[in-house]
Design a protein around this ligand. Structure first.
Ligand code: HOZ
Length: 441
């Protein structure tokens, strides 16, 4: 069995300096225990020293096929030469000016070509900043205070969005974070994902007060849950009828499920869109944008204040631009789709052979699987999945050299750097991991 002594040592040191030893909670392996005990909290994360293409290396020199990909941004894989070249060239000219640059324009134009609904957009530094700012804007535009979010969707860690939040908040059992003032939480209405009737009822009750509905068009922070037929178009119709804005959080799906994101894939045009991850090519970036008349309320064009010292940072802009250019190259998404489908089908077959029930989901290169025999359509059904089976699967995958997110409530991402051989190796590893999971009761 693999051991990770240097990572363990580093983690012990980190715990004396950083809360929980990490800079973001989902990294901590808290819920999956350790290789020899699936007791939550008994393990430690791996410290990563480098990445190249589809692979990463840990502090003990172990190599892994990486399906976390920094939680989604690295659609080209690690250290893609185009991105490295662009960042290095930009850095030689200075890392930040706090002034407008031409590259912001170029990246904005690329994003707008992909998502024409973003008639105007503002660059920020993270997905959290994007969603937080979009909500402020929606409230200012509609002159209403309530927002509606879906249970298990995660839109970053702004106060009003840490209500039944997915991702690490769910993994660690704190979907409603302490520290969020009750007065703020009360401004957030909640509905089960995929439940239009519930949304309809909330609009019937609170309609004139609801500023916006915010949704992950493909939920990818409670595991991967696909939008039911008619769900997104239903939200579009309901928001329009009641004068509320529809905000698509495409931080994960943007440029991931296709060049035009989920809005193109499902043919629904939101009022506002939030982006992050891929548009920064692995550097910290977010963006929000939408209809001109709404966006023109943002300062200095309008009175809604939002600012940032490093917003539109040139290194991040260049990394994003290099990434999006590569995504535009002929056949990129077709090849990615083929690899992701091969992995998806291979995982399903491997689980079937191992006799372990799973609920798989996939849109493009975003995949998820739940250890349950019941269909997963929302947060409640996602949470009923077996976390101990997942933990056994997780450690077996790691042992076999495959790095997946240490939580069932996260997604798995395929990059353009994953080869067919990588995929087939992963399926072989998963066959063993599923057999291990099957033995857990
Ligand atoms: N959306 C990411 C996880 N689902 C964020 C990663 C993090 O929280 O560190």
């Amino acid at each position: 069995m693999r051991r990770y002594p240097r990572s363990r040592r580093l983690f012990d040191q980190a715990c004396r300096r950083l809360p929980g030893g990490v800079s973001s909670p989902v990294r901590a392996f808290r819920s999956v225990g350790s290789p020899d005990s699936l007791e939550p909290g008994s393990g430690h994360p791996l410290f990563i020293t480098r990445g190249k293409g589809s692979r990463i290396w840990d502090a003990d020199g172990n190599r892994y096929l990486d399906y976390v990909l920094s939680w989604g941004p690295l659609i080209l894989g690690h250290a893609h030469p185009d991105v490295v070249r662009a960042v290095a060239a930009a850095a030689r000219k200075g890392t930040s000016y706090g002034a407008p640059t031409e590259v912001e324009l170029e990246l904005a134009a690329f994003v707008q070509r992909a998502m024409p609904s973003m008639e105007r957009l503002r660059f920020v530094n993270s997905g959290t900043e994007a969603t937080m700012s979009a909500l402020r804007l929606a409230r200012a535009y509609t002159k209403r205070d309530l927002i509606l979010k879906f249970d298990g969707c995660y839109h970053g860690h702004a106060d009003g969005l840490l209500v039944k939040a997915g991702s690490g908040a769910t993994t660690l059992g704190v979907p409603d974070s302490p520290g969020v003032p009750a007065a703020t939480a009360h401004l957030t209405l909640q509905a089960p994902y995929n439940n239009l009737a519930h949304v309809d009822a909330l609009f019937a009750q609170h309609g004139p007060k609801i500023a916006a509905v915010i949704v992950e068009p493909v939920a990818a922070n409670m595991g991967v849950v696909l939008p039911a037929e008619g769900f997104l178009s239903g939200l579009r119709a309901l928001t329009q009828r009641h004068g509320a804005l529809l905000i698509f959080d495409e931080v994960i799906t943007g440029f991931r499920v296709g060049f035009g994101g989920a809005q193109e894939l499902y043919g629904v045009r939101p009022d506002l869109t939030c982006l992050g991850k891929i548009i920064g090519g692995g550097l910290p970036v977010g963006a929000y944008g939408g209809r001109k008349e709404i966006m023109e309320l943002i300062a200095p064009a309008g009175p809604v204040y939002q600012a940032g010292t490093l917003s539109g940072n040139p290194l991040a802009m260049h990394a994003g631009l290099a990434t999006l250019r590569r995504l535009r190259s002929a056949g990129f998404y077709t090849a990615l789709e083929r690899r992701a489908a091969r992995l998806y089908n291979g995982l399903i077959e491997a689980a079937r052979e191992a006799g372990v029930p799973i609920q798989p989901a996939r849109v493009g290169s975003v995949l998820g699987l739940f250890f349950t025999d019941r269909p997963v359509t929302d947060y409640a059904s996602a949470k009923s999945a077996d976390t101990r089976k997942f933990a056994a699967y997780f450690w077996a995958m790691l042992e076999a050299g495959v790095y997946v997110a240490p939580s069932q409530f996260e997604a798995l991402f395929v990059s353009g750097a994953h080869t067919v051989a990588d995929i087939d190796r992963t399926i072989t590893a998963a066959a063993g991991a599923f057999r291990r999971a099957a033995r857990v009761d």
